[in-house]
Write a protein that binds this ligand. Structure first.
Ligand code: BES
Ligand code: MN
Ligand code: ZN
Length: 488
């Protein structure tokens, strides 16, 4: 995919030579400023009852009379917000996707105040790039017979003048970096469990390092044992597939500067282990490495945007399988922190691999640590697919992550972390148990992790509801690459 901008005023839109032209009407007063031919066409469509400028409505015309564009889609947005703009571009692209257009020009018709808002323009540009990337992604790794990729491959944002163009370029650059990161995360998470193994993730990390000037270090089982990650190893011991602990580093600042550490849950398949999951929809547990995928995707985007900061990605990766050697309910293991853990439910494995990674993070003397995990079904019940769950005791970190989510249209919602929520984690046989009661399950899981994060500022993102979609559109979303990249 390719995305650029072109200066061309709305006042002569009918003369724009385009393979396909998408005109987004941002809210009510937006048809003002359009040239006569375009305005007449729209008026006629309204008169004939074919189009109403209401949010979500689209109207497609082939070889529109009086316009130089070969195809025209008019798409109405609820308002001028980046979110509504993105939705309007997405519905327009849905119409264009099966058609023969290669290049799509996207023009915005907003009120005058909004048209002059440069920050909004950059946000619209980013949104347009992400919508096109989303519309053109096709999974083929294990489905070579998938329908041919859409011919649509290039986007152009139409800007009124040079000053606008400069603002748009900034948004396009961010959008392209995000799109590359999101695509990597989707592709990686969509690959089935027998392809996307811990070794495969490690290879992807190595390749990413080679191609984008990052440093990769991979710990194999022996090295993980030597490091003392007893909790991580307990989860992996029921699997024939060897575990990997991936360390990937981006250096954008002097080496002495404290890094931001991102930790991603990399369970490449979660059967539940001896506490076996029911069969229905168990296939979706191949997405249980969505945290790892999003951390890899974020480093891909960061490598392109080159911010002046150091970032370390930590990915504990293994399968959670039932087996003669698998860990059993009631087993007690010793984590890297020295704390002993009674594993009352082997299906609460995410926290068991994350806790060792969180302790490992201490050695980087981080300025902050954010972990990302498809951690609990309870978080899906609480927040659905709209927001990721945000858990932190640090108000500044919380504000930064909430804002980053808004900027990326990849939002999170803060959840409570009172000490009382840790009550259920008490154990008679170890320092802590790996499950509490059923109630408030997403919070109990976060409280478990919190025990391992005393040495630095920390936040946890539960992405169990946002990392993938089920049903007919089953597939990874690439979230929260957008949120994390804006945060970085
Ligand atoms: N990977 C799952 C969480 C999950 C479940 C994400 C369903 C998305 C959809 C995690 O490892 C898990 O199994 N969690 C258990 C914890 C419980 C045993 C305390 C859960 O949520 O049921
Ligand atoms: Mn599980
Ligand atoms: Zn899991």
């Amino acid at each position: 995919m390719d995305f650029t901008q072109q200066t061309h005023t709305l006042a002569t839109l009918s003369r724009l030579k385009a393979d396909a032209l998408v005109l987004v009407l941002c809210g009510e007063a937006s048809a003002a400023g359009l040239d006569e031919a375009t305005a007449d066409l729209l008026a006629a469509a309204r008169h004939d009852g074919d189009f109403e400028p209401k949010a979500g409505r689209t109207w497609y015309v082939h070889r529109p009379a009086g316009l130089a564009a070969r195809r025209l889609v008019v798409s109405a947005a609820a308002d001028a917000s980046p979110k509504a703009f993105r939705a309007a571009v997405a519905s327009a692209l849905k119409l264009l996707r099966p058609l023969g257009a290669r290049t799509v020009h996207i023009a915005r018709a907003c009120g005058t105040a909004e048209a002059a808002d440069r920050v909004l323009l950059a946000a619209h540009a980013q949104a347009a790039v992400l919508a096109l990337a989303d519309a053109t992604y096709v999974y083929r790794h294990t489905k070579p017979s998938a329908p041919a990729a859409p011919t649509l491959e290039q986007g152009v944002l139409v800007c009124g003048d040079e000053a606008e163009a400069a603002g748009a370029l900034a948004g396009i650059r961010t959008g392209l970096a995000l799109a590359a990161g999101i695509e990597l995360a989707r592709e990686c998470a969509n690959r089935p469990g027998n392809h996307a193994t811990p070794r495969h993730l490690a290879e992807l990390a190595r390749k990413l390092a080679r191609q984008h000037g990052l440093k990769a270090e991979i710990l194999d089982r022996k090295a993980i044992e030597k490091a003392g990650m007893g909790s991580f190893l307990a989860v992996s011991q029921g699997s024939e597939e060897p575990p990997r602990f991936i360390v990937l580093r981006y250096q954008g600042a002097p080496a002495a500067e404290a890094p931001l550490v991102l930790v991603g849950k990399g369970i490449t398949f979660d059967t539940g282990g001896i506490s076996l999951k029911p069969g229905a929809e168990m296939d979706e547990m191949k997405f249980d490495m969505g945290g790892a995928a999003s951390v890899l995707g974020t480093l891909r985007a960061v490598a392109e945007l080159k911010p002046a900061i150091n970032v370390v990605a930590l990915i504990p990766s293994c399968e959670n399988m039932p087996d003669g050697r698998a860990v059993k309910p009631g087993d007690v293991v010793t984590s890297l922190s020295g704390q002993t853990i009674e594993i009352l439910n082997t299906d609460a494995e995410g926290r068991l691999i994350l806790c060792d990674a969180l302790t490992y993070a201490e050695r980087f003397k981080p300025r902050a640590v954010v972990d990302v995990a498809t951690l609990t079904g309870a978080c899906v019940v609480a927040l659905g697919a709209q927001h990721s769950g945000l858990f932190t005791a640090d108000d500044d970190l919380s504000a930064a992550l909430l804002a980053a989510g808004q900027q990326a249209q990849d939002t999170c919602w803060r959840m409570p972390l009172d000490d009382e929520y840790a009550e259920g984690l008490k154990s008679n046989f170890a320092d802590v148990a790996n499950i509490g009661g059923r109630m408030g399950g997403a919070i109990t899981a976060a409280m478990f992790l919190k025990r391992f994060t005393g040495a630095y500022r920390w936040a946890h993102l539960d992405i169990a509801g946002t990392a993938w979609k089920g049903g007919a559109d089953k597939g990874a979303t690439g979230r929260p690459v957008g949120l994390l990249t804006h945060f970085v």
